[in-house]
Design a protein around this ligand. Structure first.
Ligand SMILES: [Zn+2]
Ligand SMILES: [Zn+2]
Length: 69
C-alpha cells in the first residue's frame, strides 16, 4: 500500500466484508501486516482496515504520515 517492498501479509483488494472474493487471487495483494513496513514502519494493513485501497490512498495524500497514538 505504501509502495515499499517487504510485505508479509495478504490484503483483499475488495474487502471480504464488502463482498470481495476471499480466495480469488485477483482479489489478493501483498501488504505490510503486523510487523510493519521495513522502510517506513507503517502497518499498512492496520491503516487500511476494510476500506478499498483507492479510498485509503486518498486519505493518505490528505494527511501527514501516521506517527503513532
Ligand atoms: Zn506498506
Ligand atoms: Zn513503507
Amino acid at each position: 500500500m505504501c509502495g515499499h517492498p517487504g510485505s508479509q501479509a495478504v490484503d483483499h483488494i475488495h474487502a471480504v466484508s464488502r463482498g470481495g472474493a476471499e480466495l480469488d487471487p485477483d482479489n489478493l495483494a501483498p501488504i505490510h501486516g503486523v510487523d510493519g513496513c521495513p522502510v517506513c514502519l507503517r502497518k499498512c494493513n492496520n491503516d487500511k482496515g476494510n476500506r478499498p485501497l483507492s479510498e485509503v490512498l486518498r486519505l493518505v495524500t490528505s494527511r501527514d504520515w501516521y506517527a503513532g497514538p
